[in-house]
Design a binder for this molecule. Structure first.
Ligand SMILES: [Cu+2]
Length: 481
């Protein structure tokens, strides 16, 4: 059963598995086959080889939950499911989530997050962990440089408009000019809803309205302006969101796929960082049929995740190669050293002259204030909540935040915040020449949250929580000047 245990919502392997099976209506995890197969007096081996339709019948007798809906071309089906996820300390915690196949509470591999999907401008719905579609995949997530930068020894030119980026579970991408069409089935016993925050006219919220247990609703809208949006269930806010009913919509202009927008910051590749807090006490109340009142049961998150992983799993240093690779591709920023002039993000215009950084989109659907602190490089913050910050005539907003593009050592993320930052991936200013010139290995720098509780998981060892690192790649042999 070890493959099941690793097959969490966030696992690379589970994403691939659900890709393959999403088309089979009524798909069940292998665990269901074994459980319900045994209950029905059928041999487990026979069931493993049986057709999904047979298994669905078995399952329906046991749980009486609705089937998968019949697919409609171009429509993304999401299922409000529940299940248990394994946390970094191996405890199981009850979750809800927007999955892309129906799954049940006792499913060993519940579908609680959507495997990344793309709504294209021409009306297609494509499943893809990488975007732009068809762009070359950066090996281990690391864009390879174009060649050495003669003016800056040990540094490189980048390729503009070339490399794809990988995205974590829960990501939905939509291209401007198309339509977003999502059908939600509520498979749980209480009403739920699906809301795209700020994606409606004049940045209003747009959603399905309340969906009764067993009910289905279709949400259709024109793709909003380029940017980063949170989708969530606002019911009993923030409880359902904290239980896992959230994700991110990334809107891209198809003619500006390597920039935040026209004439805005460009990047070599981008990273989407989704923060998430897990409160086991809230989860326990809801799992046993209760309803959390946040005024009575104060939130005390016990686990802190980045792109669905904590601690050593987020850092990609487990014994599971597939999980480590997924973390490298989706979360652990990496690149070859290059110069970045923020007065001109994509300095140079011809291949072999381009310098520039990478974009980190930090999103906080959780309830904890995060303070994302990077070692090695500062980040140039270009905007917040789909407002592009000015480069001059900055101001202080009514909440006391400074609004102007700026270098930041710590990037603050309030609940529901989305921040766009450029990480230069440059030679650290404190690396003196003898040290820089002697470099032969990758240099890794920590990223951790300065809100200390989010560094720990279950009160355990530091660091067990929301952590990552970023890598300044070693010189390429033969390419150093
Ligand atoms: Cu630090």
């Amino acid at each position: 059963m070890s493959d099941h245990q690793d097959n969490r919502e966030t696992g690379f392997a589970s994403g691939e598995k659900s890709t393959e099976l999403a088309a089979a209506p009524g798909h069940l995890g292998r665990w269901d086959f074994l459980r319900y197969g045994a209950a029905a007096g059928l041999g487990a081996i026979a069931l493993l080889n049986s057709q999904p339709a047979k298994a669905t019948q078995v399952n329906r007798v046991v749980t009486a939950q609705p089937f998968a809906v019949s697919p409609i071309p171009g429509v993304l089906d999401l299922y409000i499911n529940e299940g248990y996820l394994r946390m970094v300390d191996r405890s199981l915690v009850y979750h809800r989530g927007f999955g892309d196949r129906p799954s049940n509470l006792n499913d060993f591999s519940p579908s609680l997050a959507v495997t990344p999907k793309v709504f294209t401008a021409d009306g297609r719905l494509v499943e893809s962990r990488s975007y732009p579609l068809g762009a070359p995949l950066p090996p281990h997530g690391t864009p390879q440089p174009f060649g050495p930068d003669p003016a800056n020894p040990g540094q490189y030119y980048i390729r503009r408009n070339y490399w794809a980026s990988y995205y974590p579970q829960r990501t939905i991408i939509a291209e401007v000019g198309g339509r977003i069409r999502i059908r939600i089935q509520n498979r749980l016993s209480k009403p739920h809803q699906f809301v795209l925050h700020g994606a409606g006219p004049d940045r209003s919220d747009v959603g399905t309205g309340s969906i009764d247990p067993g009910g289905t609703a279709l949400l259709e809208l024109d793709t909003p302006a380029p940017g980063t949006y949170i989708y969530a269930d606002p019911t009993n806010a923030p409880v359902e969101r904290v239980l896992g009913l959230f994700g991110v919509l990334l809107v891209v202009h198809p003619e500006h796929q390597w920039a935040i927008g026209e004439d805005l910051a460009s990047f070599e590749r981008q990273w989407l960082w989704i923060c998430h807090d897990v409160d086991s006490v809230w989860a326990g109340i809801e799992a046993s049929g209760g309803t959390v009142d946040p005024r009575i049961t104060k939130a005390v998150p016990r686990f802190f995740l980045l792109n669905g992983r904590s601690g050593f799993e987020s850092l990609g240093i487990t014994t599971d190669d597939a999980l480590n690779l997924a973390s490298e591709e989706e979360t652990l920023i990496s690149g070859y050293p290059r110069q970045l002039d923020v007065r001109q993000f994509g300095e140079g215009s011809e291949l072999g002259t381009v310098r520039g950084g990478q974009l980190v989109r930090m999103v906080n659907p959780g309830i904890v204030f995060h303070q994302m602190h990077f070692h090695g490089n500062h980040l140039w913050t270009v905007g917040r909540n789909n407002y592009n910050w000015p480069r001059r005539n900055g101001f202080v907003d009514p909440e006391g935040h400074v609004v102007i593009q700026q270098w930041e050592d710590v990037v603050e993320l309030e609940p529901m915040d989305r921040k766009d930052c450029i990480i230069p991936i440059k030679r650290p200013p404190d690396a003196i020449n003898p040290v820089w010139d002697a470099r032969t290995t990758d240099w890794e720098y920590p990223m951790h949250c300065h809100a200390e509780p989010s560094q720990t998981a279950a009160g355990g060892l530091y660091p067990g929580g929301l952590v990552a690192h970023w890598t300044l790649k070693a010189p390429i042999k033969g390419a150093a000047l």
